[in-house]
Write a new protein. Structure first.
Length: 138
């Protein structure tokens, strides 16, 4: 069995963003030479997420609105975690959206459903962040 590891780095200028990282993960898969196995992609920050869904702007807008209703950023004083910080909502948004995804690799390709894509969800951006890609197989 072979394994491959790579960190993907992102500069997110806004506080929140959803980034389709599928092409980056597909490039990692090509670099790995693995044709049968599993890909793990996880956020390396506790205020970010990796998830699978549709790459559709309306859905992304709906996620942003929904997450803000569930864990509003302001007023920051509503969170005990925010004593000296302002990102408690980002921790909660990450918890809702999840830390990682695992995708099967079949015949050298990500074994997705029709509209599935991998996203990096940033909830406390404005600085350099990363996600880990780990591929195992043969």
């Amino acid at each position: 069995m072979k394994s491959y590891r790579k960190e993907l780095w992102f500069e997110v200028p806004s506080r929140r963003a959803l980034i389709n990282i599928t092409p980056h993960v597909e490039e990692c898969l090509r670099e790995s030479g693995i044709t049968e196995g599993l890909v793990l992609v996880n956020a390396m920050h506790i205020t970010a997420s990796v998830f699978i869904n549709d790459d559709e702007a309306g859905l992304h807008h709906d996620y942003d609105v929904w997450l803000e209703k569930l864990a509003p950023h302001e007023p920051v004083s509503q969170y005990r975690h925010n004593v000296g910080e302002d990102n408690a909502d980002a921790h909660m948004k990450r918890q809702i959206m999840g830390r990682e995804v695992v995708v099967a690799v079949t015949e050298g390709r990500l074994d997705f459903g029709t509209w599935e894509r991998i996203f990096y969800g940033e909830f406390d951006g404005r600085r350099r962040k990363r996600a880990l890609v780990k591929i195992i197989g043969q």
